[in-house]
Design a protein around this ligand. Sequence first.
Ligand code: SAH
Ligand code: SF4
Ligand code: F3S
Length: 440
Amino acid sequence: MKVFIETYGCQMNVYDSGLVMSILKKDGWMQAERLEDADLILINTCSIRENAEQRVFGRLDVCLQQKKQREGLIVAVLGCMAQRMKDKLLEHPAVDLVVGPDSYRRMPALIAGAITGEPVLETTLSHTETYADMEPVRDDNGVTTFVSIMRGCNNMCSYCIVPYVRGPERSRDPESIIRECRNAFEAGYREVTLLGQNVDSYYWTSDEGPDSDMTFARLLEEVAQISPLLRVRFSTSHPKDMSNAVLYSMALYPNICTHIHLPVQSGSDVMLEKMNRKYDRARYMDRIQKIREIVPDCSVTTDVIAGFCSESLEDHNQTLDLLREVRFDSAFMFQYSMRPGTRAHRRFVDDVPEKEKTRRLSEIIDLQTAISLERNREHIGKSFEVLIEGVSKKNKDELFGRTSGNKVCVFPAQGHRKGEYVKVTVDSCTSATLIGHISE
Ligand code: SAH
Ligand code: SF4
Ligand code: F3S
């Protein structure tokens, strides 16, 4: 029997899909390369914005067509939409099985239930599940990979669905994290990205007393010590919790990459308060200043939301102003999407017209694209260590990889292969890519 899995949403979901595959492989399932060849289709879903859910409904319609042609095909919805919509998803004629993110261990039994023709729903959230004893099937480039260090979120940003669909925050046993990173290194991986919704609040209480407790800064160092050839990245940092200790660890270990993803969301204190982000613009700028002081060449990237509830033109202009002040290397920029069940949904009115949200978003994107280009131009003429991730999609004679600062870099191959480190001198760039040649 063959299973096909399709993944939407963030890196956590990519990681979780690997966990599910590992659970099913132990249960005897083989992985199908194409949806058309599968006896079981899994769709691992995201609820962060309405359009993410819309896309999944489009895929469910494709699954329904498949079901009409092939008897016995089972379709399961996993992940955040499963958790948010629960039995409502079973109303879709394609869906047999709905499983939330804390119930993947039960997949073999749940699938067996679905095969008997019963609709199956399992969306219990856990305070303790971290899948610590498991390692995912890694379906990636073989060079860079993800390792989950915690699950859930306790922050309750008013616009955000994540705490409701991922449950409370819990940290994973550091021993299992370090073991998984070491195994990845031994399997040939050269870069791990440690994943959590708020990595700075990672905390593991040791049996041996508080001196042995594990903080995020210590965990980073322990992973960095596995090998100087293993790059370490992490995501996501929260401006309210990001500590100087993490910055000092970054400065101390050359293999901890010089990049911080520090979502700001808005440049307006009024909006930050309404978003329940628990920092103001001054605190955010203080974090930026500390990053530049302690890790001078650190790339900083961010997330921005345009058109949150009652956002005025003045608030919006403050976001533009913050982008100019910080000069981020790049940003993920989104139009606000009201999510049912969030605090913003209960308390505020989604009153910025869609057209105006779109206009503000495109203004933000235009500005940030220009800044990203300027930032990349600063790299021209300089050399960077690049970890090769593979062959360029556009040209098979070219390779691509990333700098420590997470800039994608493209260059002619010259006999090198993925997984190797090379020195690349940058000759030109776009707002998204550095273009260069191997200089060492
Ligand atoms: N844990 C991370 C981000 C998780 S979601 C953090 O705290 O920053 C990734 C990004 O999606 C968020 O940073 C935010 O910019 C965006 N986002 C979350 N909810 C949204 C919503 N309802 N509408 C639009 N964008 C949203
Ligand atoms: Fe959502 Fe805020 Fe948690 Fe990030 S920190 S996942 S934005 S609630
Ligand atoms: Fe990630 Fe989307 Fe869920 S961003 S945590 S997959 S809601």
